[in-house]
Design a protein. Sequence first.
Length: 119
Amino acid sequence: MATPIKNNEQHEQALRQIYRLMQKDLVPDSVESDELEVLSILVQDYEKLNFQIPKPNPLEAIRFRLEQLGMSEKELSDILGFRSRKSEILSGKRKLSLGMIRKLNQALNIPAEILIQAY
């Protein structure tokens, strides 16, 4: 029976058990498939609390998303409306306005909570 994960050793044990269970051909709604589901939830909760990943800087997020989409900085200028604004924004000389945040959120699908952070 799965119990709450309270330290790194228990976390590692749970991961090993998850791996073992995933190697089997589990029958849905069996004791083992239920154990896998419960362990997965417990590991996820433990990792959320103990292995938090910091949110990216808004400028890093914009550059990363452009790269992911294979877009150029010129295309970013088209989204923002002005070439000079793009340069000012990416250099950190100008902060993102609410309108820019909305455009970037819509065009690049970057979460607004990332774009509104201080940088």
